[in-house]
Design a protein around this ligand. Structure first.
Ligand SMILES: Cc1ncc(COP(=O)(O)O)c(C=O)c1O
Length: 386
């Protein structure tokens, strides 16, 4: 018997619930509305753009902080959508997806013992990334059924030990889009306690008619204390390209780039060129993306409502939280049962909470799927009506 080679600091991390549910779904032939990526491709025009970059010899290591073409395009995009002036040389770092940017940010800014506020439920990367940096995650709950925070609880989470707050809007899994008022509240606390805001805005362009996406970086006083993270995966429906970026003041970039050079060093070159073209697509592309996802959202909302799953209406991103209280099972049991008996996969939220005990009796469905997939899921879900 060899000894256990696993490092102590990761011994508490389990296998991601997404892999577990997907494996079970495959085994049982279930329609997978669990895993949050499209089962269709983005625009042909961008595929061609990636192919052309390869043909044109853009195949060696990119600049570590990103190809100038993409950094310029990111700066233009920030000006166009948010009236943000961004210096493409000093204030942008290209990363291997938002994941790399978030992970590097934790290593770059968090010292052992620093507290980092996160809104729970949250994307499953945040807590391990904080902990690997030696930080302590402090949870502020987004309360069901509308998944918004209580300002008193938010304020109580800040302390002299708070180093950073992670803000994910539009939110995965809840679909919450933070209002201007909510962002101002967070911004005031960040300034009062001298805290860094790290945002995760990967769903910035999947936003429905009830809501408007704003960047906390544009609130006066936040320019120098915000790292705005986003990526091309969700906006262009090419999640496998893994092109992301972090926008923020030059001093923040210095720290971030120190880590990034020693993690992945650089991001796939041809996909950077294609992402640069993507960000320059006309307004019609962006409007159609939201409009199209909104009709898929409305379809799935209607199905879930009809079968008694009491969904919360998301304002952005491509997930729906549905209440399973009436089914007399906890979310884990419900999801396994749903795969086996009904043939549809959804995600139980336990691992998306900092404290599993705070998890609510909801499960997450995604609607970033082809109409045929959604219709097949709907047909199966109808069995829940008995
Ligand atoms: C909230 C959130 N942040 C980050 C990511 C990862 O983004 P990327 O694929 O650009 O690394 C995801 C992907 O599902 C996500 O939902």
């Amino acid at each position: 018997m060899s000894k256990n080679f696993m490092a102590n600091r990761i011994s508490g991390f389990g296998t991601s619930i997404f892999s577990e549910i997907s494996a079970l779904a495959r085994q049982q032939g279930a329609v997978n509305l669990g895993q949050g990526f499209p089962d269709f491709d983005g625009p042909d025009f961008l595929k061609l753009s990636a192919q052309e970059a390869i043909a044109a010899g853009k195949n060696q290591y990119a600049q570590s902080h990103g190809e100038p073409e993409l950094r310029r395009s990111i700066a233009e995009h920030s000006k166009r959508f948010y009236s943000m002036e961004v210096n493409p040389d000093k204030e942008v770092t290209v990363t291997t997806g938002a994941t790399d940017a978030l992970f590097c940010a934790m290593q770059a800014f968090i010292n052992p013992g620093d507290e980092v506020i996160v809104f729970q439920p949250c994307y499953d990367l945040y807590v391990p990334a904080i902990e690997l940096a030696g930080g302590i995650p402090i949870a502020v709950t987004l309360h069901s059924p509308d998944f918004r925070f209580n300002p008193i609880e938010l304020s109580a989470a800040f302390s002299p030990k708070t180093k950073a707050i992670i803000i994910n809007t539009p939110h995965n899994p809840a679909g919450t889009v933070f209002t201007h008022q909510e962002l101002i509240m967070i911004a005031e606390l960040c300034q009062e306690y001298d805290v860094l805001a790290i945002t995760d805005e990967v769903y910035e362009h999947i936003i429905f008619s009830e809501a408007q996406h704003r960047r906390i970086a544009t609130i006066p006083g936040m320019e120098h204390r915000t790292l705005t993270i986003s990526s091309a995966g969700k906006t262009f429906s090419f999640t496998g390209w893994k092109v992301g970026w972090a926008i923020g003041a030059a001093e923040l970039q210095t720290a971030l780039r120190r880590v990034h050079q020693f993690t992945v060093f650089a991001t796939a070159t041809p996909f950077q060129y294609a992402s640069a073209d993507g960000l320059r697509l006309g307004d019609d592309y962006y409007k159609e993306l939201s409009r199209d996802y909104q009709s898929r959202r409305d379809y799935l909302l209607d199905v879930l409502t009809r079968v008694g799953l009491h969904p919360t209406k998301p304002e952005g991103a491509y997930f729906i939280m549905a209440n399973i209280e009436n089914f007399g099972k906890n979310p884990d049991e419900f999801c396994r049962w749903l795969i086996k008996e009904i043939g549809v996969a959804a995600i139980p939220p336990k691992t998306l909470y900092v404290h599993a005990k705070d998890a609510v009796p909801f499960v997450r469905f995604t609607f970033c799927k082809q109409w045929a997939t959604l219709e097949a899921a709907a047909e199966r879900l109808m069995k829940l009506m008995g």
